[in-house]
Design a protein around this ligand. Structure first.
Ligand SMILES: Nc1ncnc2c1ncn2[C@@H]1O[C@H](COP(=O)(O)OP(=O)(O)OP(=O)(O)O)[C@@H](O)[C@H]1O
Length: 600
């Protein structure tokens, strides 16, 4: 039954999704601004090539974007949160859609839903990719976000910001009525009003509530509507009122049962509001003192719960904090009090984004300097901040760490993106682009990087492998013919494909290599560190042969290596060096009954 309700609830919100901008309920100004921006696109490229629609959930942001496309007769390309939205994917999908014209010359609207939530903050590159696409786009782009501050300042600067507010309940009523009529349900005015008010500005919730209440009914009355509020905060404020205004311990306790707060959270609420509520004009602190006395006892139980993981003791903690706070007053405290959220949470919330920023930068520094994030945060942040004082080194640092503009602001201690910082940032981007281009440039001595989807891996070894199969090579026994060719062919990473069947070169370290070092590694003149890995390759017969990869010394000359590789086909296709000096494989050289520490 519950399952059925959930499925059908989704259906109504979808079924009555606004088709045109005229159907969007409320937010008239936002809709107007959106339409005006779209009209600018009809006569060229507007100053702001993208808009960001932001505001709480369920108020019609996504619907408005789609309705606009329908009104303007634009194609839509959408990248929503369920898609994988890394920088690469964004560039590939949105970037190519933005840079190309449509077949018939019409416009194509690119919608990026939940733009403030690109894989949390893990993919900072995604935001940079978006900024790049917006700056150059030939097609209109709409970003949708709940939290405008979830976008980087760079992206916000280049977008037209359009705020969508909560839908007022009086605007919802006529729209909900229409739905009732369309569904053939007679709904009382009070019932509709109740649903609209319960929704707290979220029109999607109102639609879902209406459908849930009307399920299987022909008429809907106010009694059919669940009056349970949606907003948890409203409940906690009511609970505060019951605790501080009455001396009925039972009622006060009951008011906390339905809360979505654990006793550990509740104690913060009481702790915050007790001195506000029991403050006296005559300066008497007696009630506050008694109240805190009970809170400290409740805190002891909370500590024990944590220590012993015995959650049964929560009940003593709750009893002490709630009843203690309610009964500690010696006289009534009438009048309205604005109860507050625990300031500790507020403070943590306020500094959270800055702490996140600091940690993000520290991890970039850590990666760059091969130090831990913790060490970089405590010891290196200051040095890097000093390096920003000089403009030339600031550009280098920004590029090397791939800092975002706001990270640059943080590290340089600036509260706003000054022209100087913007210049440093732009120069760093240019530097990064040049580096990227250089890395992509086909080098005479460097083989092209294998494509991402190409399952080939390469081994670093300057070997020249003939394009043709080594049929005409002397000493070939035809093993390659009998050996099945693997699709995931492994090659030597000196730029050339290795013969089929060569053992795969494993990454010996899990640590990510910085770009600069990768570049050196990819140079065809650089040799890899020797890799002595035992690998088993299937022999044509199905038997396995153990061997190791060639050592650095063995790979000093490409010509003998080439020959050896192909001359050795009859030995199970292994590269030179797979045998040790005695001519035996390392595996064979291992003493069979070698004792280990555990044997003693
Ligand atoms: N202003 C509105 N006018 C008409 N219908 C609306 C409005 N807001 C929400 N709805 C209804 O709620 C559903 C969800 O709306 P929509 O997806 O546009 O919300 P949203 O603001 O983009 O929310 P989210 O941020 O969660 O994606 C729509 O299918 C539609 O039925």
């Amino acid at each position: 039954m519950v399952w059925f309700k959930m499925i059908s609830a989704i259906e109504w919100a979808e079924k009555y999704r606004p088709r045109t901008l005229g159907d969007v309920v409320g937010n008239r100004k936002a809709v107007q601004d959106l339409r005006a921006w779209a009209e600018e696109w009809q006569s060229g490229i507007p100053e702001k090539r993208a808009v960001v629609l932001y505001g709480p959930a369920g108020i019609g942001k996504t619907s408005s974007a789609h309705a606009l496309a329908r009104d303007m007769d634009w194609e839509v390309i959408e990248l929503n949160a369920s898609d994988q939205r890394t920088a690469g994917v964004i560039e590939k999908v949105a970037g190519s859609a933005a840079s190309m014209n449509t077949f018939f010359g019409g416009k194509r609207l690119i919608i990026l839903d939940e733009a403030d939530n690109l894989h949390g903050t893990a993919d900072r590159g995604g935001m940079r990719a978006i900024a790049g696409i917006i700056k150059a786009t030939l097609q209109p782009i709409i970003l949708i976000a709940n939290d405008i501050y979830g976008l980087t300042p760079t992206v916000r600067n280049i977008c037209l910001e359009i705020k969508f507010g909560s839908v007022q309940s009086r605007s919802m009523v006529p729209a909900l009525k229409k739905v009732c009529e369309a569904e053939g349900i007679s709904c009382s005015q009070e019932a509709i009003l109740q649903i609209a008010e319960n929704a707290g500005g979220d029109f999607r919730s109102a639609m879902n509530d209406l459908q849930a209440a009307a399920n299987g009914k022909k008429a809907l009355d106010v009694e059919d509507i669940s009056t349970a509020g949606r907003d948890v905060k409203e409940n906690i404020f009511k609970a505060m009122q019951k605790i501080f205004k009455s001396t009925d311990c039972k009622r006060a306790l009951e008011s906390t049962y339905g809360l979505d707060e654990s006793p550990e959270d509740l104690v913060h609420w009481i702790d915050e509001n007790l001195p506000i509520q029991y403050a006296r004009k005559d300066g008497g602190l007696e009630d506050i003192r008694t109240g805190f006395n009970y809170l400290s006892k409740a805190d002891l139980y909370l500590g024990r719960v944590k220590k012993r993981q015995n959650y049964r003791m929560w009940r003593y903690a709750s009893m002490l904090m709630v009843c203690g706070a309610a009964l500690s007053k010696t006289r009534p405290y009438p009048g309205f009090i604005k109860y507050q959220q625990p300031s500790l949470w507020r403070r943590l919330g306020q500094t959270r984004s800055r702490r996140d920023m600091r940690d993000n930068i520290a991890s970039k520094i850590g990666e760059h300097s091969f130090e831990s994030m913790h060490y970089s945060r405590n010891n290196l942040l200051g040095f890097y901040a000093l390096m920003l004082k000089d403009e030339a080194s600031a550009i280098e640092v920004t590029a090397n760490l791939e800092l975002e503009l706001e990270e640059l602001m943080y590290l340089s201690g600036s509260t706003k993106a000054s022209k100087k910082l913007q210049k440093i940032y732009d120069e760093a981007q240019k530097l990064l682009d040049t580096k990227k281009e250089k890395a992509e440039e086909p080098d005479f001595f460097k083989a092209p990087e294998p494509a991402a989807d190409d399952k080939q891996t390469t081994l670093h070894c300057p070997v020249i492998v003939p394009e043709k199969e080594p049929e005409d090579l002397p000493g070939k026994t035809g093993a390659s013919g009998s050996q099945p060719l693997e699709k995931k062919q492994k090659t030597l990473d000196l730029g050339f494909d290795a013969p089929k069947g060569l053992p795969e070169r494993k990454e010996t370290s899990g640590k990510r290599m910085p770009e600069s070092k990768k570049h050196i590694k990819n140079n065809s003149f650089s040799l890899p560190d020797p890799v002595f890995e035992k690998k088993s390759l299937p022999e044509p017969s199905g038997k396995k042969v153990s061997h190791v990869l060639p050592s650095k010394e063995d790979m000093g000359s490409s010509e003998p290596l080439k020959k050896e590789i192909f001359n050795d086909n009859n030995k199970g296709l292994h590269a030179p060096g797979i045998e040790d000096n005695t001519g035996e494989t390392l595996k064979k050289a291992e003493p069979k009954n070698q004792k280990t520490l555990f044997d003693f």
